[in-house]
Design a protein around this ligand. Structure first.
Ligand SMILES: [Zn+2]
Length: 305
């Protein structure tokens, strides 16, 4: 089973604190990195946590507030200085692309690799070999988006005894069936369903970016294994959360419950909270399977049972 991890590079909100950097979260999976938001300083954490500068890579930007994008230029420049050749894909609100091009010109930055620019929109925004990324509108003070990374379902477990009893010779025909393709044995068609167990569900990770909780997002995040949600404020500061279009820890918990998420990770903490245990406690009262992110936290996303 492919290892799937989430590496929290920055867990603060708009300003950094002694222990928390600006927003940046990476999904690490079999030589691939999917970076979600790229706050200032992300490249340092990227190197510190060994994410690798020449991996197959996708960058998702939720919205155009500086704290979520100011690290992008530095990261791309360092990748170039490390002689990256592999192209990468950047999915973001399209206004970012003009800024990126203009800034690179001003700073004489020439990239050693191509960037595929994909304007974010509702629905599937990226299809990988065995996973996809979907986007949905969030509800923040500017145009903002949430993302779900999801592995595609895999064929069920192959039963060699069934294959033998149906007279399928070991070798090429077995592997065709294992990959979900029918084969013909002595004039008879054998379908994968005859030798495979039930289809195995893939894993999914949701990331809210900055947002108020909404019905749409509860539906969008339906059943995700791991939900990473805006928890800028504690419940006592709910008024501020409404004004600034963020969420509180209890709102994140309620949304996770409504969505039927398996696990919730709180992140994007306001610098006003030195410690996050109070926010964590509030959330756990409603959604017990909550963790509070911290810079450097690595969470494993196990296989779906
Ligand atoms: Zn933010």
């Amino acid at each position: 089973m492919t290892k799937l991890e989430v590496v929290f590079l920055g867990t603060s909100s708009a300003t950094p604190t002694r222990n928390r950097s600006l927003p940046a979260i990476a999904i690490r999976r079999e030589g691939q990195v999917i970076l979600m938001d790229c706050g200032e300083g992300a490249q340092g954490s990227f190197v510190r946590f060994g994410l690798g500068l020449n991996k197959e890579m996708l960058i998702l930007i939720t919205h155009l507030h500086g704290d979520h994008v100011n690290g992008l230029l530095g990261l791309l420049q360092t990748m170039s200085m490390s002689q990256r050749v592999r192209s990468l894909t950047l999915i973001a609100p399209p206004e970012l692309f003009g800024w990126l091009k203009a800034t690179m010109e001003v700073f004489h930055i020439g990239l050693t690799f191509d960037i595929g620019l994909v304007p974010v929109r509702s629905g599937v925004v990226h299809r990988g070999k065995d996973f996809r990324v979907r986007a949905a509108r969030a509800n923040h003070s500017v145009d903002a988006w949430s993302f779900v990374f999801e592995e595609l379902p895999r064929p069920g477990v192959f039963d060699p005894n069934k294959a033998r009893s149906l007279g399928v010779p070991e070798g090429k025909k077995w592997s065709s069936l294992q990959r979900g393709r029918s084969v013909v044995v002595a004039g008879a068609r054998i379908r994968p369903g005859q030798v495979l167990g039930p289809e195995r569900q893939g894993r999914s990770i949701g990331y809210s970016g900055d947002t108020r909780p909404t019905k749409r997002l509860a539906r969008f995040f339906s059943g995700v294994e791991l939900l990473i949600f805006d928890s800028t404020f504690a419940a006592r500061d709910a008024k501020k959360a409404v004004e600034r279009k963020h969420s509180t820890s209890t709102e994140a918990a309620r949304l996770a419950r409504e969505a039927g998420a398996k696990r919730l990770v709180l992140t994007h903490f306001s610098a006003r909270y030195k410690r996050t245990d109070g926010l964590l406690r509030e959330s756990r009262k409603i959604f017990p399977d909550t963790v509070a992110a911290r810079d450097g936290l690595i969470l494993d996303v196990p296989a779906v049972q």
